[in-house]
Design a protein around this ligand. Structure first.
Ligand code: ZN
Ligand code: ZN
Ligand code: ZN
Length: 396
């Protein structure tokens, strides 16, 4: 892929580039994805791929199944035929793309697993959605006696989904820029902190994310004072006090037209009034660690090597035991997807991966801090899509 990497950090350039994508462009993108899926199926000796719930389905055919009990299944065979089997009542929601897939609605009272079985034929090796319900998989297995082996669809699709194509990089950049605007409004003092509850601040951040252009808020974590030491804290009724540190971790979905949305996810930490004792030192270490990882990560590094970048800086400063989670996660249609920046991942991140870099230091029941950006790596070097200031801001 030839791609001007620097243009990803330029908000105007990203908007202009996205404006060129119409339905025809997305159709040819999906035809390319289908081609790469078929190649991956051949490589892994998978005869038929069956997608159901989860993000693989919209990535490939643009349709997202409701997480309900009625079966939705996209059946993909090695000759590149795709058939979308959907409950009749959900068929009107499908954006039809006859050049890409056939639509096959099933009527109430009919056994949809028998329909899928008919499409699978005598295939022996199947890949099925990671997130297909166990009850659906059991019914499917009963209906397809010829099938000898099943693997998770992620084995076929994750290596492809973790290499973003141009439009995905642009959509992630757009989502990141919108999220940065909200971070900047916080630094500019547009949201008062003192005396407000975490929940109130979380609601205000959510409101601003939508106003700036996201279609949905996935989360807006506000952890203040001792709660800032809890990485996935649920915003509570605790009122913000003078001298609190506050971890703000928020993100949501950006949709271009009716296309499937892409996620943002960013964390900034602020202090209210003044930094608590010792917090400035902790924050400087964190800032250096995050910068190290963000600026030296590259596509050839494994998940484990990239995780170590920030971890070493934090450990050398004596805070190692307080960095209690992995450094990051891939991001795309899902908030958390492959590749993971974690000690157990020995695979290279790969070109055009998109992922968070989010080290944190948490002193239990005292305070904590995290800095998180979404980064992408090209053939070699990387860039942060988030551009909002990372230094420690004092708010009131
Ligand atoms: Zn998280
Ligand atoms: Zn986050
Ligand atoms: Zn994250």
């Amino acid at each position: 892929m030839s791609f001007d990497f620097d243009s990803l950090v330029d908000e105007g350039a990203v908007k202009a580039a996205l404006a060129k994508y119409n339905d025809d462009a997305f159709l040819s993108i999906r035809q390319n994805r289908l081609e790469s899926v078929i190649a991956e199926m051949e490589k892994r000796a998978v005869d038929v791929l069956i997608l159901s719930l989860g993000a693989d389905l919209p990535w490939l055919c643009g349709y997202e199944a409701m997480p309900l009990e009625r079966l939705t299944a996209l059946v993909v065979t090695r000759d590149a035929q795709m058939t979308l089997v959907v409950p009749e009542l959900e068929a009107p929601r499908v954006r039809e793309m006859p050049e890409l897939f056939d639509l096959l609605p099933w009527k109430e009272g009919v056994n949809p697993f028998a329909i899928v079985s008919g499409l699978v034929g005598s295939a022996q090796s199947l890949a099925v959605s990671d997130r297909m319900w166990a009850s659906a998989l059991l019914s499917l297995q009963a209906e397809i006696p010829s099938a000898k082996s099943y693997v998770a669809s992620s084995e076929v699709i994750s290596p492809l989904r973790s290499q973003k194509d141009e439009v995905e990089l642009l959509l992630l950049a757009r989502a990141a820029h919108i999220t940065d605007h909200v971070a900047e409004s916080i630094f500019a003092g547009e949201i008062g902190f003192l005396g407000k509850s975490e929940k109130e601040i979380s609601d205000e951040i959510s409101r601003r994310l939508i106003a700036e252009g996201l279609s949905k808020v996935n989360f807006a974590i506000v952890g203040s004072g001792p709660n800032s030491a809890s990485p996935h804290h649920e915003p509570s009724s605790r009122k913000i006090e003078f001298g609190d540190s506050v971890v703000l971790d928020f993100g949501g979905l950006y949709n271009l037209g009716d296309e499937v949305g892409y996620c943002s996810d960013a964390t900034r930490t602020v202090v209210v009034g003044e930094a608590p004792t010792g917090f400035g030192e902790l924050y400087s270490v964190l800032e250096a660690a995050q910068e190290k990882a963000r600026t030296s990560v590259n596509s050839e590094m494994s998940g484990a090597q990239s995780d170590a970048l920030a971890r070493e800086v934090i450990a050398e400063a004596g805070f190692g035991e307080y960095f209690i989670h992995r450094t990051g996660h891939g991001i795309g249609i899902e908030e958390h997807e492959e590749p993971y920046l974690v000690v157990t991942n020995k695979e290279p991140l790969g070109p055009f991966a998109a992922f968070s870099i989010e080290p944190g230091i948490y002193i239990p029941s005292k305070y904590g801090a995290r800095i998180e950006d979404i980064c992408v790596v090209g053939e070699h070097r990387g860039a942060s899509l988030n551009r909002s200031d990372r230094s420690l801001h004092v708010v009131e």
